[in-house]
Structure formats: structure tokens, C-alpha cells
Design a protein around this ligand. Structure first.
Ligand SMILES: [Zn+2]
Length: 396
């Protein structure tokens, strides 16, 4: 087919839309204004109020927050499996106060103190643009579910706690969150969040240091053990791979006290669930060994408390799955080169797949996210809108 057959859309309006959406403050847990913006536009385009709901994902998440996920369910005008299009509407806190301005082929924040929020208002705008164009142009479409998720940035909470029963059993799911509009992420790693509390024994550091056991000393020994044995940072053991990172160390209050407690926040990732558990195990053992190895003059040692929580499970879609094929075709039809990939980060798609909804994640022009240098590549964003419209209309 020639590209002549592709539906077209109002590009200026699409750029204006994403600019407006990025200007709305809405860090994780404070997405209500974004929900309001989207709802208003959907209603104006003729979507009946009864087709628009929010769920109570926020009530189930640790952050609580002012709104749940925004879910829109539309019947099809043509037959076909239900398609779901999604993007998260929260941003990292660094985006609050951003002033999006056009700068050549980019949009950036005129406020140098903030990020932009293209992550992921660009994705949210791709989904909104797709459906508004479908309605405006009265384009034939299969049954569609639109999901604007909350609280992605604080641990994929919107997708994790989404009201599955409200989604209408979608068979093919597409998530916009990333850079290159030609990229289709079909797998992602799984991640453990680990908290280690290291307890030493307090004593006066000047008068009786020998009576104490330093929690700092235990932690240092454990980290060195992990480092020495290849369990910290990039991990390669035979054909098994993963990563780990001691990201936060907190503790101590004075130099004249042998530190009785430090808390460490650690993560462990691997695409392989068994190897991921093995990494967690090695981290626990290193801290246990370290705690046993340091003793005070009375022969007493410290101890540790260790908690590991699975933040999200890994997934990998087969290249032959319909959802992957459709994503690939939509990218090709938009004149782009499909790049199928697996990521070492977590995505809302991790939870969607865990819920039984096969989900491919596509790019939408984000660059340098989570930094004050963040910008949106306008050409890439418009290409993502094109991909979105092809998917919404089941042209592919
Ligand atoms: Zn994102």
C-alpha cells in the first residue's frame, strides 16, 4: 500500500495539545488536572460521559493521590479484537513549574530549573490525538479502550492497581512511553526493592570504641564483599546476567558514637526470575557474613534485617505475537524503521502483561528525561501520533 492510504491528522493541533499537556503540573499522585484536561476534550469530541471513568488505583497505592487511572471504553464501528492504547500522565517532580516553548524542532522548558514532562505527556497526547482524530474524521475503528495511567514514576502503581474489569478485555495493547517512535519494546526486566537495616552496638567512640560494633563498618564490609565477588553493579555469572545497586545509605548522628544503625536501599534486576532471586540471596548473605564478622570486646556481633519486595516481574513477548506484528507494521507504514527491543528498566507494560494484557511499548519523542535538559523531539512526536492513528483505526 502507498502512504497515501494512511489517515492524516492536524499536526499543528497535535503540537499545541502536547504543549498544553506538558504545562499542566502533575507529579505522581497529583494527576487530577490532567484527567480534567483530557476528559474535557473527550466530552467536547462527543464521547458520552458514561464511557469515561476513573478507577481507584490511587486508593491501593502507597501514595494515595488525587485520582485513579482514567479509562475510556468505546465500542467499535468495525469488528475486531479490542485494542487498548495507554500512556502515563504523572511526571517526575522536577517537571513541576515547566514552561514549554518551541525551539526549532524541539520543545523545551523556558524555566531552566525544571524538566519538561514529555515523559510522559507526549505519550498521553499521542493517545488523545489518535482518538480525537478518529472521532473528528469519523474514521472506522475497532473496539477501543484508552487508559491514561497514574503514578508510573513511583513504581508503576497505576498499571499495577488498574481495575482490570473496567478495561473490556483488550487483546492488543499499546503503550507510548519513550524516545524513538520506531522502537517497540517487547520485554523488560524484573526488579526487587531491598531494604537492609544493619544494627551494630553503640558505644562512646572516644572512650570505649572497643565496646561498640559499627553498623557503618558492617555495611562497608558487605558492600566490599559484593563488589569483590561480582554481585554489585553489572553481574555476569556464566550465561546469567543482571544488575544490582546499593543506591541509598542512611545512618549515624554523631562522630563520637560508634554507629548503631544504618539503613540501605538496594535493588536487584534480571530478566531471569531465578537468577534475580539468586542475586537477592547473595546480597542477603553478604550482609549476614559481614554482621557476623565484626565483634566487640565482649564477643558480641551486630545483626541485620532484610526485606526484599518484587516491584515488578520481567516479561518478554514473542516476536510472532499479533500485538508485536501490528506495532511493527504501524511503524513501517509510518515510514520508520522498526527497532524491536528489550529494556532493563520497568514499564507499565510489566504490570499489563502480568495482568494478562499483551502490551508493546512505543516511543513518542522523549529526550533526556528526568533532567533539566529534557526536550521533546517534535518530528518524532508527530511520527508517534501517526503510528497511534494507524493502530486506533486498525489500518494495520
Ligand atoms: Zn515515562
Amino acid at each position: 500500500m502507498s502512504e497515501f492510504d494512511n489517515p492524516t491528522f492536524d499536526e499543528a493541533e497535535a503540537v499545541e495539545r502536547v504543549t498544553e499537556m506538558m504545562a499542566i503540573p502533575g507529579k505522581s499522585g497529583e494527576e487530577a488536572k490532567v484527567v480534567e484536561y483530557i476528559t474535557k476534550r473527550l466530552r467536547k469530541a462527543g464521547v458520552p460521559a458514561k464511557s469515561i471513568t476513573t478507577d481507584n488505583a490511587n486508593k491501593k497505592s502507597h501514595r494515595k493521590g488525587d485520582t485513579g487511572n482514567l479509562i475510556v471504553k468505546l465500542p467499535g464501528t468495525v469488528k475486531g479484537p479490542r485494542r487498548l492504547m495507554m500512556a502515563h500522565i504523572d511526571t517526575v517532580p522536577l517537571c513541576v513549574g515547566c514552561e514549554p516553548v518551541r525551539d526549532g524542532d524541539y520543545i523545551r522548558s523556558a524555566n531552566p530549573e525544571t524538566a519538561l514532562g514529555g515523559d510522559d505527556r507526549a505519550g498521553a497526547s499521542v493517545v488523545l490525538t489518535s482518538i480525537l482524530e478518529v472521532l473528528k474524521q469519523k474514521l472506522p475503528h475497532p473496539p477501543l479502550t484508552l487508559l491514561w495511567g497514574v503514578q508510573e514514576e513511583i513504581g508503576l502503581c497505576g498499571a499495577r492497581y488498574v481495575a482490570k474489569s473496567k478495561l473490556g478485555n483488550p487483546k492488543l495493547c499499546f503503550n507510548w512511553d519513550g524516545g524513538n517512535p520506531g522502537s517497540a519494546t517487547i520485554g523488560a526486566t524484573g526488579d526487587y526493592a531491598i531494604e537492609v537495616d544493619v544494627y551494630g552496638i553503640a558505644s562512646h567512640a572516644g572512650a570505649h570504641p572497643e565496646a561498640g560494633v559499627s553498623a557503618v563498618g558492617i555495611a562497608a564490609r558487605a558492600i566490599e564483599d559484593l563488589q569483590q565477588n561480582g554481585w554489585h553493579g553489572k553481574i555476569e555469572k556464566g550465561r546469567n546476567t543482571g544488575t544490582s545497586n546499593v543506591g541509598v545509605v542512611e545512618g549515624g548522628s554523631a562522630t563520637n558514637v560508634v554507629t548503631p544503625h544504618v539503613k540501605l536501599l538496594v535493588e536487584a534486576r534480571s530478566h531471569d526470575a531465578r537468577f534475580r532471586s539468586k542475586i537477592v540471596d547473595e546480597i542477603r548473605k553478604a550482609f549476614e557474613r559481614a554482621a557476623k564478622s565484626l565483634k566487640n570486646d565482649a564477643g558480641k556481633a551486630g545483626r541485620i534485617e532484610f526485606h526484599a519486595d518484587l516491584k515488578y516481574e520481567a516479561f518478554a513477548l514473542k516476536r510472532t505475537e499479533p500485538v508485536v506484528k501490528i506495532a511493527e507494521q504501524a511503524i513501517q507504514r509510518s515510514g520508520l524503521e522498526p527497532v524491536l527491543g528489550i529494556t532493563n528498566g520497568g514499564l507499565d507494560a510489566n504490570w499489563m502483561v502480568a495482568h494478562g494484557f499483551p502490551t508493546v511499548t512505543l516511543g513518542c519523542g522523549q529526550e533526556h528525561i528526568h533532567t533539566v535538559d529534557e526536550r521533546l523531539n517534535v518530528t518524532d512526536y508527530l511520527d508517534a501520533c501517526r503510528v497511534g492513528l494507524l493502530i486506533a483505526t486498525a489500518t494495520v
